[in-house]
Design a protein around this ligand. Structure first.
Ligand SMILES: [Cu+2]
Length: 405
């Protein structure tokens, strides 16, 4: 190579071949005779490639924009998990996505034991003649079945929330502390009270922000079966578990119908798929596949034990948000004695064996144990007596047993 290096062209030097130690005479000879091997990009070529690239990028953006709402940034939805099957079009807003997103399991602060029951008695403390309750809202995990644990929003770490029981005319104060990752309020369904205590967020009060406490205080003017529930992003929060019974006993117990024992039936619908809990809604992707009475699906629902001839007062509470549940009891009819907290005059008592319980409604019925055996109380929309379309031990969901001996 040495004999050629002295005549190597600048191009040979530049491309590193001119002085190559592995090159031979023959190779060197070719280098000397070839034209410049570096391709020169012409102006028109560069323009064409640039134009094509810009066109391809523009086409990709237009194509994406025709399928997705590019106005929503990742920060707007913070890694939200959406219900499979939810229709999400370009006009689905970040607000709508946050509303329907799964419970964030990273926000769970308490996991209830599988056997734990909700609707627990909650005796108030007395402060200057006022019955005071403290309600704490947080994200929990809750078993609706032995092997099915949902993510839920809960009052006092139970589902339904604790049973508030007072007497007609009582002055009550409920301190609501929000430990949820989002703002909230609480509404006292059906009560006559000062407007500022009614609870609808942004309407009668600013929402209670995370970490804040708001005190609701009023004097009860009615008696009967009522309930409380979230009234801010209510389609999300109530569907995720923010509800509980509020029973106001009459000042004069003689005005109550005669019965031997009572049971509350608080209805709820759940959308639980692939380990994620979405707020159940009557829309695409959010339709419920689990159903609970007092926070449990059959066969995890409680059994009512009765003696022959006893009378059972059932307080149906429409604490759910989606369907009208035709609630039916086997073994004979019942008498509707109270609707939405108001006694039905005796002459107007309606005797039925099925009552439609719509969201928000309450029906108090008296059922008599006329025959011994296991009598079912259940919803008559048959799908609502399955657990994710499965039956176990004879059913599922909105079903419980009244055992008469
Ligand atoms: Cu039903």
């Amino acid at each position: 190579m040495q004999d050629h290096s002295s005549v190597a062209s600048p191009a040979q030097g530049a491309d590193g071949h001119g002085g190559m130690d592995h090159g031979g005479v023959q190779h060197g000879g070719m280098d000397q005779t070839r034209t410049d091997p570096v391709a020169e990009v012409t102006g028109p070529q560069l323009a064409a490639v640039t134009a094509l690239t810009v066109l391809a990028l523009a086409a990709a953006i237009v194509w994406c924009a025709s399928y997705a709402n590019l106005a929503i940034g990742a920060g707007d939805v913070r890694g939200a998990v959406m219900p499979p099957g939810m229709i999400m079009t370009r006009d689905t807003s970040a607000d709508a996505m946050r509303d329907m997103a799964a419970v964030d399991l990273d926000a769970v602060t308490y996991t209830a034991s599988a056997e734990m029951q909700g609707d627990q008695p909650f005796p108030p403390r007395l402060e200057d003649g006022v019955k005071v309750f403290d309600l704490d809202l947080s994200v929990i995990e809750w078993n609706i079945l032995a092997d099915t644990r949902v993510g839920a929003y809960a009052f006092n770490r139970q589902l339904p929330g604790p049973r508030l029981r007072v007497t007609e005319g009582d002055r009550i104060r409920i301190n609501v502390t929000n430990n949820l990752p989002e703002s909230t309020t609480v509404h006292w369904h059906g009560l006559i009270l000062p407007n500022a205590m009614d609870g609808p967020g942004e309407i009668t009060q600013p929402p209670i922000e995370p970490g804040q406490t708001f005190a609701y205080e009023f004097t009860t003017q009615q008696r009967g079966t009522f309930f409380y529930h979230s009234h801010h992003h209510v389609d999300r929060q109530q569907a995720l578990g923010l509800y509980g019974a509020l029973i106001i006993d009459p000042r004069d117990p003689a005005t109550e119908p005669a019965y031997d024992q009572e049971v509350l039936v608080q209805l709820q619908e759940w959308t639980f798929r692939e380990g994620y809990t979405f707020p159940a809604m009557p829309m695409e992707g959010a339709l419920p596949n689990y159903f609970t009475i007092n926070g449990k699906a059959y066969p995890a629902t409680e059994t009512v034990n009765m003696r022959l001839g006893e009378r059972l007062r059932v307080r149906f509470i429409g604490s759910h948000s989606g369907f009208i549940h035709p609630m039916h009891i086997h073994g004979g009819p019942f008498t509707i004695v109270e609707t939405d907290g108001y006694p039905v005059p005796q002459g107007a008592n309606l005797i039925k064996d099925t009552v439609n319980v719509a969201p928000g409604e309450r029906y108090d019925v008296i059922w008599e144990a006329r025959e011994p055996g296991k009598w079912l109380l259940h919803c008559h929309i048959s799908h609502h007596t399955t657990n994710n379309n499965r039956e176990e031990q004879g059913g599922g969901g909105l079903m419980m047993i009244i055992n008469v001996t």
